[in-house]
Design a protein around this ligand. Structure first.
Ligand code: ATP
Length: 443
C-alpha cells in the first residue's frame, strides 16, 4: 500500500473508533489532554476480551503462574532501587524559537526544529515518571510516582508469593494494570500514550541451569507469538527483532522485540527481556529484605533470574483494529467492516425483528435476544432503520453474526436467518439449535 493509502487507513480507523464508540480523545469536551484516550463501550469490550484471553492463557490455564494486582502508587524507594528515579529518561531538545519539545532520537535532523526550522537548544535528559505527593504534606518524603511499568509491583511481591505459596522454580507472577509515562511526544493515536495498560509477567528461573534458561526464554517468545495468532492477528505483519546489546535496557542480558506493521510503520508491539537477577538483587540490597530462593533438593540459596514477557494492551488493540479494518463491496455497495476473530469481537451477535412496527415480530425477536444474551452476554438488539442499514452498522463494529426474525419464524418454521459478517451469506437455523450452532462459531 502507498504511504498515502496507509495514512488514510489510520485516519479511517481513528474516525471509526470515535464514531462507533471504541476510543475517544481523553477529556474531549475540555479540548482534550494530550496523550490520553478514553475507551468507549465497544473499546472496553474489545480490550476486556483480550485481557480475559491473556489471563486465561498465561495464568489460569497454567500451574506455575500467580496473579497479582499491586498498587499503582509505590514507595519512592522502589523507583530508586530499580533505577527509574535516575535513569528512566528520554533525551529531550527544545526549539529556541517555537519552544516545542522533541525526543532527540525521533527527529531526523538534530540541528533544526522539525516544525519551524528554528535552532534547537542543548540536549538534556527528561525523566518520564509522573511525580506526585502522598498525604497532606508536600515534602521530599511524601514524593511518589505513578508507576511507569507494572513490573516492579511484582518484584516487590516476590517474597509475599514465595512465602504464601512456596512455589518451585520456575514460576511466574502476572499482572494487568495501568502504567504512566510522561512521553515527550505522544503520537500515533493510542500507540504512544501517557497513560496505558500493560499485561506483564515476571517469570523466575534457576540461573544455574543456563541451557534451561535459554529454552524457557525461547518458549516465552513462542508463547507471545501464539497469543497473537490466537487473537487472529496477521502473521505476515509480525516481526521478531533480536535487540542488539547497544539498544537493550540496562537490566537486560537479552531482549527480543515483537514488532508489527502498523499503518505508520513497523513498530514495537511487545517486548521480552532477560532481566537476570537485576531487580530482585537491587531490591534485596536496597530494602535489606531477603528476596532469595531456597532449593530444598540441593540445599542451596540463591537469587532467581527473571524472564519478562511484556504486552502493551493499547498497542495490541490498535494493531488489531488496523489489521481487521476492511473495505469491500457487498451487493454493489461499498462497505466497511472489522474482521475481528469472533472470540474478541465486542458484540457477538445482533438480533433484529424484520419490521419494527409488527409487535409479534418484535416480541419473538426479543425472546430470541434474551435467550442469546443469557448465553453469550454481548448480544445487541436493533430495530432501527432497514435490515441493510442494520447489517452495515454491525459490520462496522465487527459483529460476526446478525439474526433476523421474520414472518416465517412465527408462522412456519420457528427458525431464524443467520447472516455471516464476512461473506454476507445467510442460512436458516432453527431456534432450538441456535445456541449450539453459534457456540461452535464464536471462537
Ligand atoms: P518504546 O521504545 O516504544 O517507547 P519501550 O521499549 O519503552 O517502548 P517497554 O518499556 O518495553 O516499552 O514497555 C513494554 C510495553 O508497554 C511495550 O512493548 C508497549 O506495548 C507498551 N508501551 C510502552 N510505552 C507505551 C506508551 N507510551 N503507550 C502505549 N503503550 C506503551
Amino acid at each position: 500500500m502507498s504511504e498515502k493509502a496507509e495514512a488514510s487507513v489510520m485516519e479511517k480507523v481513528v474516525a471509526l473508533c470515535k464514531r462507533r464508540g471504541f476510543v475517544y480523545p481523553g477529556s474531549e469536551i475540555y479540548g482534550g489532554l494530550s496523550g490520553t484516550w478514553d475507551y468507549g463501550p465497544h473499546g472496553v469490550a474489545l480490550k476486556q476480551n483480550i485481557k480475559n484471553l491473556w489471563w486465561k492463557k498465561f495464568v489460569t490455564d497454567r500451574e506455575d503462574m500467580f496473579g497479582v494486582d499491586a498498587a499503582i502508587l509505590m514507595n519512592q524507594k522502589v523507583w530508586q532501587a530499580s533505577g527509574h528515579a535516575t535513569g528512566f529518561s528520554d533525551p529531550l531538545v527544545e526549539c529556541k524559537k517555537c519552544k516545542r519539545r522533541f525526543r532527540t532520537d525521533q527527529i531526523p535532523d538534530k540541528t533544526k526544529c522539525p516544525e519551524c526550522e528554528g535552532v534547537l537548544g542543548e540536549e538534556r535528559q527528561f525523566n518520564m515518571m509522573f511525580k506526585t505527593h502522598v498525604g497532606a504534606t508536600e515534602g521530599e518524603t511524601s514524593v511518589s510516582y505513578l508507576r511507569p511499568e507494572t513490573a516492579q509491583g511484582m518484584f516487590v511481591n516476590f517474597k509475599n508469593v514465595r512465602d504464601s505459596f512456596n512455589p518451585r522454580l520456575p514460576f511466574g507472577l502476572a499482572q494487568i494494570g495501568k502504567a504512566f509515562r510522561n512521553e515527550i511526544a505522544p503520537r500515533d493515536f493510542t500507540f504512544r500514550a501517557r497513560e496505558f495498560e500493560q499485561m506483564e509477567i515476571e517469570y523466575f528461573v534457576d540461573p544455574r541451569d543456563t541451557k534451561k534458561v535459554t529454552e524457557l526464554f525461547d518458549a516465552w517468545f513462542e508463547s507471545q507469538l501464539a497469543f497473537l495468532t490466537d487473537l487472529g492477528l496477521s502473521t505476515a505483519k509480525i516481526h521478531k527483532i533480536e535487540v542488539p546489546a547497544s539498544d537493550r535496557a540496562h537490566y537486560s542480558k537479552r531482549s527480543i522485540d515483537t514488532e508489527f506493521d502498523f499503518p505508520f510503520g513497523q513498530k514495537e508491539l511487545f517486548g521480552l527481556a532477560y532481566r537476570t537477577d537485576y531487580d530482585l538483587k537491587a531490591h534485596t540490597d536496597s530494602s535489606g529484605v531477603d528476596l532469595s530462593y531456597y532449593d530444598e533438593e540441593t540445599k542451596e540459596r540463591f537469587i532467581p533470574h527473571c524472564i519478562e514477557p511484556t504486552f502493551g494492551v493499547d498497542r495490541l488493540v490498535l494493531a488489531i483494529l488496523t489489521d481487521v479494518y476492511t473495505e469491500d463491496t457487498m451487493g454493489d455497495e461499498p462497505r466497511v467492516y472489522l474482521k475481528f476473530k469472533p472470540s474478541i469481537a465486542p458484540i457477538k451477535v445482533a438480533v433484529f425483528p424484520l419490521l419494527k412496527n409488527k409487535p409479534e415480530l418484535v416480541a419473538k425477536a426479543r425472546e430470541v435476544f434474551t435467550m442469546l444474551k443469557k448465553e453469550f452476554g454481548s448480544v445487541m438488539f436493533d430495530d432501527n432503520g432497514n435490515i441493510g442499514k442494520r447489517y452495515r452498522r454491525q459490520d462496522e463494529i465487527g459483529t460476526p453474526f446478525c439474526i433476523t426474525v421474520d414472518f416465517d419464524t412465527i408462522e412456519k418454521d420457528q427458525a431464524v436467518t443467520v447472516r455471516d459478517r464476512d461473506s454476507g451469506k445467510q442460512e436458516r437455523v432453527s431456534i432450538t439449535e441456535l445456541i449450539a450452532s453459534l457456540r461452535g462459531k464464536l471462537v
